[in-house]
Design a protein around this ligand. Structure first.
Ligand code: S3P
Length: 439
């Protein structure tokens, strides 16, 4: 893709109130569960980013009628089962999309071929194929379980599965397949990960129980439950809210409120960490929508200090380490981020890309196999680089935020990829006063 370069320049305080797009995790799940369910699912606030639109197209290919009624307002008419698609399913850049859809389709006696963009074709799918295979699904894939791959589902048996890594995507794939497995499934999580699938399955009528055994979460799902189409209201994505919030914290004179942000404790590790660093964050107007808590978060420019992020917090902020590393670059002292090896298998190798990008901007970073340390000086970093993003939306947004408060402008390549998760990012930041434009 030939893409203009986007540039963020320092100089302006950020002020105002904004909303961020709907949560990406919940948006994928609303479409997938809506397509598996019998009857009508109505969605308010769906994220209309490229990743989720790819999932919407996939659900049509599996037989659901998916209609956009207005901005963020969608309906899905599910048939209560998937039908065999007549073409290849292209999930674009979306790891969540492809992994959850593979789990969902594995429960039906159909065959489908999946692919994705260059980044998704490099990402590991074996982590999902392995449990699905134990349940009885079969597949043919490239070396190492990479896309493109063809998966054949149906006649699945019971599985009692302990997740080998903290991954809500793997957990969700097993649960969605388990809906149609003889005897259901049990999934044990050594570390709790985002629980949107469990919450939404319950809201759609599945027989699901969650128990805690010595810090392990055990999720049991009974088989044969037919999901019923239901209304879903998608709250603001905390992973997107992270960008204007950190921008306000590092830019002198700023005060920014992000309204309607989801506050599920399994997603808000970044806000806890920022507070420990000295961030002035206040949450008001706490309320409930579709079984998730949300609130308005106000961030004011703050003097930050480095912290050691507890590795056990990683699952609740795994997508937020790139923007945390930016905050750390403005803090005084070291910010130690360990136990985050999963970052290397995201849309890019995010440990390597952040280390390279921050170093290009004059920040002292130490890379480790499963983590990294940012040595902050308490002064704004130099900036002044063209940062390579490898087509990763969060790497691009993180470095643009850095450019708003660095000494010199920061440019990023492939900014078009930001639309995978945060369409309107640059416009929203400009509305707060940020200098972001094509360079
Ligand atoms: C997601 C889970 C996380 C996260 C991703 C969304 C989900 O991935 O990084 O952006 O919606 O379940 P893993 O399950 O691979 O950790």
């Amino acid at each position: 893709m030939i893409d203009a370069v986007l540039s963020a320049s320092p100089g302006a305080a950020l002020r105002g109130s904004v909303r961020v797009p709907g949560d990406k995790s919940i948006s994928h799940r609303a479409l997938i569960l809506g397509a598996m369910a019998m009857g009508r699912t109505t969605v308010e606030g769906l994220l209309e980013g490229e990743d989720v639109l790819a999932t919407a197209r996939a659900m049509e290919a599996f037989g659901a009628a998916v209609t956009r009624e207005g901005v963020g307002k969608w309906t899905i008419e599910g048939r209560g089962a998937f039908v065999e698609p007549t073409d290849i399913i292209d999930c674009g850049n979306a790891g969540t999309g492809v992994r959850l859809i593979m789990g969902a389709m594995a429960g039906y006696p159909i065959t489908a071929t999946f692919t994705g963009d260059a980044s998704l074709r490099k990402r590991p799918m074996g982590r999902v194929l392995e449990p699905l295979g134990k349940m009885g699904a079969t597949w043919l894939s490239r070396e190492g379980g990479r896309l493109p791959l063809t998966l054949k589902g149906g006649e699945l048996g019971h599985l009692d599965y302990t997740l080998p890594m903290a991954s809500a995507q793997v957990k969700s794939a097993v649960l969605l397949a388990g809906l149609h497995a003889k005897g259901g499934v049990t999934v044990t999580e050594p570390e709790p990960t985002r629980d949107h699938t469990e919450r939404m399955l319950t809201a759609f009528g599945a027989a699901l129980t969650v128990t805690d055994h010595n810090d392990r979460r055990v999720i049991t799902l009974g088989a044969g439950g037919q999901l019923t189409g239901s209304p879903v209201t998608v709250p603001g994505d905390p992973s997107s809210a992270a960008f204007p919030i950190v921008a306000a914290l590092i830019t002198p004179g700023s005060e920014v409120t992000v309204e309607g942000v989801m506050l599920n404790a399994l997603r808000t590790g970044l806000f806890d960490t920022l507070r420990e660093m000295g961030a002035d964050l206040t949450i008001t107007n706490r309320r409930d929508a579709s079984g998730e808590e949300l609130g308005d978060i106000t961030a004011r420019h703050s003097t930050l200090k480095g912290v050691v992020v507890p590795p056990g917090r990683a699952p609740s902020m795994i997508d937020e380490y790139p923007i945390l590393a930016v905050a750390a670059a403005f803090a005084t002292g070291d910010t130690v981020m360990r136990g985050v090896g999963e970052m290397r298998v995201k849309e890019s190798d995010r440990i390597a890309l952040m280390a390279r990008g921050l170093e290009a901007c004059g920040v002292d970073v130490e890379e480790e196999p499963e983590g990294f340390i940012v040595h902050g000086t308490g002064q704004p970093p130099r900036g002044g680089a063209l940062v390579e993003t490898a087509g990763d939306h969060r790497i691009a947004m993180s470095h643009l935020i850095l450019g708003l408060a660095a000494r010199e402008a920061v440019r990023v390549d492939e900014p078009g990829m930001i639309a995978t998760s945060f369409p309107g990012f640059a416009d929203m930041m400009r509305g707060l006063g940020a200098h972001i434009g094509e360079a």
